[in-house]
Design a protein around this ligand. Structure first.
Ligand SMILES: Nc1ncnc2c1ncn2[C@@H]1O[C@H](COP(=O)(O)OP(=O)(O)OP(=O)(O)O)[C@@H](O)[C@H]1O
Ligand SMILES: [Mg+2]
Length: 420
């Protein structure tokens, strides 16, 4: 071991790093400390910690210590020369001939800085090398086993912080996406409610007058056909408006104890002919003894009809649709899954399908899912889509079991345990 590095120093530096890894959510704090401690403890002139940017395919400087601004200004380096197969062994890579070694991208500049010896320590997250900690020395030196172990352990702690930061990023992104989606839908809902109210009254007038007029027109008159078109189209508009109002919480659900399996059964009956006509294989798996939940049966029926109809429209002739209900004891909720083996939905479309009027169908109004979303949210539930193009689509609904029912469920479960 180098005379300047005793066990106590190594241990203390390691402890400092661990404490920052656990206490800070800022990756920069960990990386700065690692660059500094590694330089100091191993007697290097400086250190650069580079992380892989997958968009540019380059290793970008994320932290440094003791390195001149001129050298840092060289910027990112190609990852192809640095993240090589040898890095996957998670060992320290020693570079003695830095003027000829392919791993060193700016050998002349490194030499001018007084660097004569370099070590690379790979940083990995879940078996992928995502960065390199490089230490620059002014002369060749030997490392003891303990020192090599120490630097590997430091790199592992840094990797751990990297993994944590990525996890936080993913959750932040998902949360932001969800918050934007919810905000967008509630703004659209408010707008839809306003428009729907404005249109509803003139529409009622058009329907009233055209219905009165058609009664006065003699059968077979040239006007009759035109008036019938006006009536039919006005009724269609009224239906759309009603659905819009429902989407925008225009109709509060009338909640009564409801068995979700019964509602699924009703929705399946409504669509029975569609299944037969399209030779669709219906795979039904409903959990027995599902507790009743407080729900508006007719609204929930509409949700299942919408989902099943979309599935029918998505699958090819002879396709398969699965409907599953289950009790989610941990979350005290009832889960319903509608899955098809249709073409699936691309990632970009997935973020739009719950918006009103988004449709990829020639005659679709694009309201089915937005109305369903509104209904499920009014039941304090949530609806999500899971799909990969080419691999079908799965809609998942979770409806909470109300507190009272949940107590009933828990005591029933407790009773079962005691009886056993
Ligand atoms: N199971 C599915 N498979 C593939 N795409 C789907 C599926 N369900 C929904 N989609 C996509 O989501 C869009 C929106 O669905 P939504 O039910 O809201 O409207 P729509 O079916 O187009 O019209 P409608 O208002 O008549 O229901 C669809 O146009 C379709 O692109
Ligand atoms: Mg639809």
């Amino acid at each position: 071991m180098n005379s300047t590095t005793d066990h106590r120093q190594l241990y203390k530096a390691f402890r400092d790093i661990i404490s920052v890894v656990h206490s800070s959510i800022h990756l920069e704090d960990v990386m700065d400390l690692v660059a500094w401690k590694a330089t100091e403890i191993l007697g290097a002139k400086g250190a650069i910690l580079r992380l892989l940017n997958i968009d540019t395919d380059e290793l970008e400087i994320s932290a440094s210590y003791g390195i001149s601004t001129e050298y840092l200004a060289k910027g990112p380096v190609s990852h192809h020369r640095t993240i090589t197969d040898v890095c996957r062994q998670k060992k320290v890579i020693i570079i003695e001939e830095l003027r000829t070694d392919a791993r060193v991208q700016y050998p002349q500049e490194a030499w001018s800085e007084g660097y004569r010896f370099i070590i690379d320590v790979p940083l990995s997250v879940a078996d992928d090398v995502v960065g390199i900690l490089r230490l620059y020395f002014t002369k060749v030196r030997h490392f003891s086993e303990i020192e090599l172990d120490w630097i590997i352990a430091i790199a592992e702690q840094c990797s751990c912080a990297l993994g944590k930061a990525r996890l936080i990023d993913t959750y932040e992104f998902k949360y932001h996406e969800l918050a934007t989606q919810t905000e967008k839908l509630s703004a659209l809902g408010r707008m839809a409610a306003g428009i729907a109210h404005e249109i509803n009254n003139p529409l009622a007038g058009v329907l009233l007058y055209s219905s009165n007029m058609i009664k006065k027109v003699p059968k077979g008159d040239a006007l009759e056909e035109g008036l019938q078109v006006i009536i039919d189209e006005t009724i269609r508009c009224r239906k759309i408006i009603q659905e819009l109002l429902e989407f925008s919480k225009g109709r509060e659900p009338t909640k009564v104890p409801t068995n979700i399996n019964d509602i699924i059964g009703k929705a399946l009956n409504i669509l029975e002919n569609e299944f037969l006509l399209n030779r669709i294989d219906m795979d039904k798996s409903l959990a027995p003894d599902l507790p009743d939940i407080m729900a508006d049966g007719s609204q929930m029926e509409q949700v299942f009809v919408n989902l099943l109809l979309n599935a029918v429209q998505a699958v090819p002739e002879g396709g398969t649709i699965q409907v599953k209900s289950s009790l989610n004891q941990q979350e005290s909720s009832v889960s319903i899954e509608v899955k098809d083996n249709g073409p699936g939905i691309g990632r970009k479309e997935q973020s739009k399908i719950f918006e009103p009027f988004f449709s990829t169908k020639p005659n679709g109004t694009g309201l089915g899912l937005s109305v369903s979303y509104g209904i499920v949210r009014n039941h304090q539930g949530n609806i999500s889509v899971h799909s990969q193009p080419g691999e079908g689509t799965r809609f998942l609904i979770n409806l909470p079991i109300t507190q009272q029912e949940s107590r009933g469920l828990h005591s029933a479960l407790a009773g079962t345990a005691i009886n056993k």
